[in-house]
Design a protein around this ligand. Structure first.
Ligand SMILES: Nc1ncnc2c1ncn2[C@@H]1O[C@H](COP(=O)(O)OP(=O)(O)OP(=O)(O)O)[C@@H](O)[C@H]1O
Ligand SMILES: O=C(O)[C@H](O)CO
Length: 523
């Protein structure tokens, strides 16, 4: 048995040959290999945006001259390098930056989530931990992604460092998702508590991250270009890991090194939209009124270079390469997947059916109705970069396995009190949908995983499913619909086949939203 497993593992890693996909043994191999390959590809997706590789790609230092190259710009390092950072992935980014540029680093301050060092330690991720004599001071705070006193202390230390810099200095700013909560510095008389309450209310009422961060910028000393202004006249290079669809630098972590273009009117519209304008604290009204008459206008950021060094698109591009190396025809469908998880699940299930028909019955063509339905669903999701037509055209003449890749962040409207996460809920919904139709002679697998390794408040990163999910679950006495009704996807996957469908990567130290992989293998 062990030897057979070895063979299957080997098959899983070897490039796929269409000849393999035939008899019953090959089918068993294919089914094991498919799940293993899916997990392997998910790991490759995450691997492309781990802090170490990302910083190595973004920075190059000539050790003799001390010239630092970032994109097409050069900076002279001469014991004049300072570092600040804030965000969920910043501990690993700072570790990698110190490793690369340590001899020039004078001082650093970073603000990272509470408990992250202990979590990385216990996960054995030494590469994410600063060395004992690091020049970087670490503040942990913002429990539950909300600004708190600890994060405020960190923000003030970061501001102090930035304000002390001169025109000879270079400030490296490391930014990742979660940065907004980790860099709170409300403009007086707004208090931290008031800012916290407003943020919570806006989020609870469904404000988008763009809206939320517009308000955060208006009330903050450091967001919306404030940090860049504090560091002036030093040069500023911001290295940004994007956790927002479309990679907008002014939104990620509320753009502390990007001049804000929003007016007070924009803020009032947002506050109106969520019914919060009437009950605004006096302090917030005061700050907004002052901003309106600010004679200096928006900050300028001419001394700043903002660079996106990691994103969902980058991660998917790597996964696409790996999938192709494994013998798949691989297409990136979209990196802006968003919308309600139910619609997203319907989209993937129908896509599997339409694409599957094209792959297994090339002559027959898919039903026109299904095609139309698929395009309608896609239009409802409003994905600006969707390559649906291209993906379907790529199936024509393809007789081998296909892998469709996408990324983004669907939303779950929580109704139940179950345990789950966006990715496990999406996978479970796709599994349930896939079981509703016959799919023909084709193996299908759908995987959804959070690149940060933690899907909602669970230890899993996500899950994978196959069309047999509902019937296999029923045989085990598990009712998929009942679990979905309570948003209890994690409990489901823990019980289903002993948890074999869960993705367990542990905290990855990075975060570029979620990855969705759809595999189609004609038998
Ligand atoms: N029981 C549940 N079932 C499905 N989704 C859930 C459940 N509980 C929480 N969630 C979802 O999990 C998300 C919060 O989890 P998480 O901490 O992974 O947030 P996040 O937005 O992924 O953070 P990050 O920006 O770090 O990726 C929310 O989108 C929430 O709707
Ligand atoms: O910190 C934030 O503002 C969000 O994670 C988006 O970047």
């Amino acid at each position: 048995m062990a030897a057979a497993l070895q063979v299957l593992r080997h098959l899983a890693r070897a490039p796929l040959s269409p000849l393999l996909w035939g008899g019953p043994l090959a089918r068993l191999a294919s089914s094991m290999a498919l799940a293993e390959q899916a997990e392997q590809l998910f790991e490759s997706t995450v691997g492309a945006v781990l802090p170490g590789p990302m910083l190595q790609r973004a920075l190059s230092l000539d050790p003799d001259s001390g010239q630092l190259k970032v994109r097409d710009r050069s900076f002279q390092l001469q014991q004049n390098l300072y570092l600040v950072g804030f965000g969920k992935a910043v501990l690993g980014m700072a570790t990698a930056a110190e490793e690369l540029l340590g001899q020039h680093l004078v001082q650093g301050v970073i603000s990272v989530p509470k408990g992250i060092r202990a979590a990385m330690e216990s996960a054995g991720k030494q590469e994410m931990l600063l060395k004992p004599h690091s020049r970087v001071q670490v503040f942990e705070g913002a429990e539950n992604n909300l600004p708190d006193r600890d994060a405020l202390r960190a923000a003030l230390a970061i501001r102090q460092l930035a304000e002390g810099l001169t025109a000879d200095d270079l400030l490296l700013v490391l930014i990742s998702g979660g940065g907004s909560a980790l860099l709170p510095a409300p403009i007086p008389p707004v208090t931290l508590e008031e800012k916290q309450t407003l943020t919570k209310l806006l989020a609870a009422r469904g404000a988008t991250i763009q809206e939320l961060n517009t308000i955060r910028k208006a009330l903050s000393q450091l967001k919306g270009g404030g940090l860049a202004q504090a560091a002036y006249p030093a040069q500023v290079v911001s290295l940004i890991l994007s956790d927002v669809v479309g990679d907008p630098v002014e939104v990620i972590a509320s753009g502390p090194t990007v001049a804000s273009i929003h007016s007070v009117q924009d803020c009032l519209h947002i506050l109106n939209r969520y019914g919060l304008r009437a009950a605004l604290p006096r302090s917030v009204k005061t700050v907004l009124a002052r901003a309106d008459s600010d004679p200096h206008g928006p900050h300028t950021c001419g001394h700043v270079l903002n660079v996106i060094i990691g994103s969902n698109a980058l991660a998917l591009a790597e996964a696409q390469k790996q999938a192709e190396a494994l013998g798949y025809r691989a297409v990136v469908l979209s990196t802006t997947m968003q919308g309600d998880v139910k619609s997203v699940a319907q989209f993937y299930a129908l896509l599997a059916r339409v694409a599957g028909t094209r792959l297994t019955m090339p002559g027959a063509g898919a039903s026109v109705e299904e095609d139309e339905q698929l395009y309608e669903l896609a239009a409802e999701l409003q994905l600006p970069d969707l390559q649906l037509k291209e993906a379907l055209e790529a199936m024509v003449g393809t007789r081998g396995p296909v892998c469709l890749l996408a990324g983004g962040e669907p939303t779950v409207q929580l109704q139940g009190s179950g345990k789950g996460g966006r990715n496990q809920e999406l996978a479970l919904r796709v599994g349930a949908e896939l079981g509703q139709w016959p799919l023909g002679p084709i193996d299908v697998l759908f995987l959804s995983g959070g690149t940060d390794g933690q899907d909602g408040p669970t230890e899993a990163a996500g899950a994978w499913v196959r069309p047999e999910l509902t019937s296999q679950a029923a045989a085990q006495g598990l009712d998929v619909a009942a679990f979905l009704a309570h948003n209890d996807s994690h409990t489901f996957f823990c019980r289903f086949q002993g948890g074999a469908h869960l993705l367990h990567t542990g905290l990855t130290g990075t975060n570029v939203m979620d990855a969705h992989l759809l595999f189609l293998q004609p038998r």
